[in-house]
Design a protein around this ligand. Structure first.
Ligand code: NAP
Length: 257
C-alpha cells in the first residue's frame, strides 16, 4: 500500500461534499490525518466517519470559512487533535444561481461569493500558515477555477473574479512563504461532476450538451481528476512546485473553437 502522505496532517475545507470529500478519503488512504471542515457539521461528520470506517484517521469540524472565529477554531482543532498542520487545502467555494453578469448581480450576492471564495482562503491562510511554518513547512493548495482564465458567454462574474483573486493571492503567498518552506499552488478545475455543478447545470439537458461539446476529452471531470493533482501538491513529491497555477480541464482552456 502506498502512503504518499504518511504522517501528514491535512485540513480540507468544504470536505462535506464533492471534491473536498473525495480528497479527504484519498488523502486518508495515503496515510494522512484529516481535519474535515464544512459549513454543514453533519456532512463533515459523515466524511470523518467514512475515513474512520476504512481504518483512517479523521476528525470533523463545523466551521464557516468566512468567519474569523471559525477559521481560528478549525486550525486549533487540527493542532489539538494531531499536534500540527502540514497541508492547508482551501477547497470550500460557492456558486449561487443569482451570480450572473455585473449588470444583474445584486451586491449582496457579490459580497457573499467574495466572503466564502476569497475571504475564506485569506482566513485559512492567516491562521493555517503560521502552524505550517511552525512545523517546518508544508503545502497550501487553493482551489480556483478555469473560469478565472477564460471568458465565458454565460457569465458568473462574482465567482470568476473571486477565483481570479485566489490565483493572485496564491502567487503572493508562494513568494512570501516559500523561503519558510511553505509552497502555495492553485488548481483550476474545469467543470467537475459534483453537487455544485450537477444541481445547477445538469437540470437542463441542452445546457449540459452545449458545454460537453466544448470539452476535447468528451466528458465532464470527476472529483478524482482534481484530487490526484492535489495529492501530488500535498505530498513531498511537489517540494519544488511553488506558485504554480495548474489547470485540470480536459482541454477546455486550450480549445479556441
Ligand atoms: P460542493 O460539492 O458544493 O462542495 C463544497 C462544500 O463546501 C459544500 O459542502 C459546501 O456546503 C461547503 N461550503 C460552502 N460554503 C462554506 C463555508 N462558508 N464554509 C465552509 N464550507 C462551506 O463543491 P465542489 O464542486 O466540490 O467544489 C469545490 C471547490 O472547487 C469550490 O471552491 C469550487 O468553486 C471549485 N470548483 C468547482 C468546479 C465544479 O465544476 N464542480 C469547477 C471549478 C472549481 P454547502 O453545500 O452547504 O454549500
Amino acid at each position: 500500500m502506498s502512503e504518499r502522505l504518511k504522517g501528514k496532517v491535512c485540513l480540507i475545507t468544504g470536505a462535506g461534499s464533492g471534491m473536498g470529500r473525495v480528497a479527504a478519503q484519498v488523502f486518508a488512504g495515503e496515510g494522512a490525518s484529516i481535519v474535515a471542515v464544512d459549513l454543514r457539521g453533519q456532512q463533515a461528520e459523515e466524511t470523518a466517519q467514512l475515513i474512520i470506517k476504512t481504518g483512517g484517521r479523521g476528525i470533523a469540524v463545523q466551521a464557516d470559512v468566512s468567519s474569523d472565529t471559525d477559521a481560528q477554531k478549525m486550525v486549533a482543532a487540527a493542532v489539538k487533535a494531531f499536534g500540527k498542520l502540514d497541508v492547508l487545502y482551501n477547497n470550500a467555494g460557492i456558486f449561487p444561481e443569482k451570480d450572473h453578469s455585473v449588470l444583474d448581480t445584486d451586491s449582496e450576492v457579490w459580497d457573499q461569493v467574495y466572503r466564502v471564495n476569497l475571504k475564506g482562503v485569506y482566513l485559512g491562510c492567516k491562521y493555517g500558515i503560521p502552524q505550517i511554518v511552525k512545523g517546518g513547512g508544508g503545502s497550501v493548495i487553493n482551489i480556483a477555477s478555469f473560469v478565472a482564465l477564460v471568458g465565458c458567454t454565460v457569465p458568473q462574474d462574482a465567482y470568476t473574479a473571486s477565483k481570479g483573486a485566489v490565483i493572485a493571492l496564491t502567487k503572493s503567498l508562494a513568494v512570501q512563504f516559500g523561503p519558510k518552506g511553505v509552497r502555495s499552488n492553485a488548481i483550476c478545475p474545469g467543470p467537475i461532476e459534483t453537487p455544485l455543478l450537477t444541481e445547477w447545470l445538469f437540470k437542463e439537458p441542452a445546457e449540459k450538451a452545449k458545454r460537453l461539446n466544448r470539452i476535447p476529452m468528451g466528458r465532464f471531470g470527476k472529483p478524482e481528476d482534481v484530487v490526484y493533482l492535489a495529492l501530488y501538491l500535498a505530498s513531498p513529491e511537489s517540494s519544488w512546485t511553488n506558485g504554480a497555477v495548474m489547470v485540470v480541464d480536459g482541454g477546455i482552456t486550450s480549445n479556441y473553437f
